[in-house]
Each structure stands twice: as structure tokens, then as C-alpha cells.
Design a binder for this molecule. Structure first.
Ligand code: AMP
Length: 192
């Protein structure tokens, strides 16, 4: 079993590469943001609660997020591991994830893969995407720069913890999609 924490700022190609990893290694992706959006769309109690935080740009309380994550991890799957996306976001969540993975799967996080792309390239990519995606947060350069800044502020302490454990690996996220995928595969093969 292989458990990966995947990091990447908006525009880094994280979604594309997550898809490659899922297929290559038969993994299940757990994205806390997607799970919240699913609950909001289906108007569940969890969705209503989460929405009140998400709409204000705040983090959903840890206990709510962690309970949802545990439920998802407990679902039967034939996947051979997990990609965690959007979790952990804080030092507290990093430690929580370690004990959850231990309790539920009797396993560990193997690696934290971080896609690195220069800010100027991210801005250009997102502005380009904004022309066709219809996402208003991709159309405004100031909003884009703010999202990138936020990302670094939030992930710094998580990255530090994985660095201390020797599990943090940065991958250059600029280049051909297939080349970047190969680099990710190589790092995963090392810890498999
Ligand atoms: P994302 O799609 O990962 O950007 O997440 C969208 C929103 O969901 C965030 O802005 C938070 O409000 C909430 N959220 C996602 N993941 C977490 C998490 N690990 N802890 C708390 N809130 C989260």
C-alpha cells in the first residue's frame, strides 16, 4: 500500500498529475475540498455546516473535516493506496493524518510530493485557463496572486513537518506533462 500527500499551488497541474498517479498505481484520491462540495451539492447536514465556513474562506473545523476523512478511508476499496489532496493543511492535521492512517489502515504516509512552479508561470497558466474555464477566480490577476500567496502561507508548516521526517520531495512542475509524471513515478517507486 502506498499513501501520498500531494501538494501543488493553483495552476501547478496537480489535478492532471493526480489522475496519472491514480491510474498508474491504482490509488484512490481523497480530496477534502471535493468531499465538502459533494455534500454541499447534496444538501447534507455536513454540507450545510461546511458551507458556512467555506463561503467565508475559512477552514472547516478540524473535527468535522477529520470525521469526514475517516468515513471516507473506511469505505471498502480495491485501491492499493491513497492520494490525500487538500488535507493536511495545518501542523495539527498533519499529525492527525498520521494517527488516522495508522488506526484505520495500519499504515503510514510514505511521501509528500510537492509540484513546484514559479509564480509568474502559475499566473500566466491560470489567466489562460480563465479564458475558457468560466471560473471567475481564474480571471483576475490580483485574486490569482492572492490564492498563490495563501497557498504558500498555509502549506509552509506542513511541508516543514514532512521535511523533518525525510518525506518531502519537490518536483519541478514545468515541462511536458509526461516528463513530470515520470519524475513523480520515480519518487514513488523509491518508497513503494
Ligand atoms: P479546496 O478545494 O481544497 O481548495 O477546499 C475548498 C474549501 O474547503 C477550503 O477553502 C476550506 O474551507 C475547506 N477545506 C478543504 N480541505 C480542508 C481541510 N483540510 N481543513 C479544513 N477545511 C478544508
Amino acid at each position: 500500500m502506498i499513501n501520498i500527500v500531494l501538494f501543488g499551488p493553483p495552476g501547478s497541474g496537480k489535478g492532471t498529475q493526480a489522475q496519472n498517479l491514480i491510474e498508474k498505481f491504482n490509488l484512490k484520491q481523497i480530496s477534502t475540498g471535493d468531499l465538502f462540495r459533494f455534500n454541499i451539492k447534496n444538501e447534507t447536514a455536513l454540507g450545510t455546516l461546511a458551507k458556512s465556513f467555506i463561503d467565508k474562506g475559512q477552514l472547516v473545523p478540524d473535527q468535522v473535516t477529520i470525521d469526514m476523512l475517516i468515513d471516507e478511508l473506511k469505505k471498502p476499496t480495491d485501491a492499493q493506496g491513497f492520494i490525500f489532496d487538500g488535507f493536511p493543511r495545518t501542523a495539527f492535521q498533519t499529525e492527525a493524518l498520521e494517527s488516522i492512517v495508522k488506526d484505520v489502515l495500519n499504515d503510514d504516509i510514505d511521501i509528500c510530493l510537492s509540484l513546484v512552479v514559479e509564480d509568474e508561470i502559475l499566473v500566466q497558466r491560470l489567466l489562460e485557463r480563465g479564458k475558457t474555464s468560466g471560473r471567475t477566480d481564474d480571471a483576475d490577476e490580483n485574486i490569482i496572486r492572492n490564492r498563490i500567496k495563501e497557498y504558500y502561507a498555509k502549506t509552509a508548516e506542513v511541508a516543514e513537518l514532512y521535511k523533518k521526517q525525510g518525506k518531502y520531495v519537490e518536483i519541478n512542475g514545468v515541462g511536458e506533462i509526461s516528463e513530470i509524471a515520470e519524475k513523480l513515478y520515480t519518487e514513488i517507486e523509491k518508497v513503494k
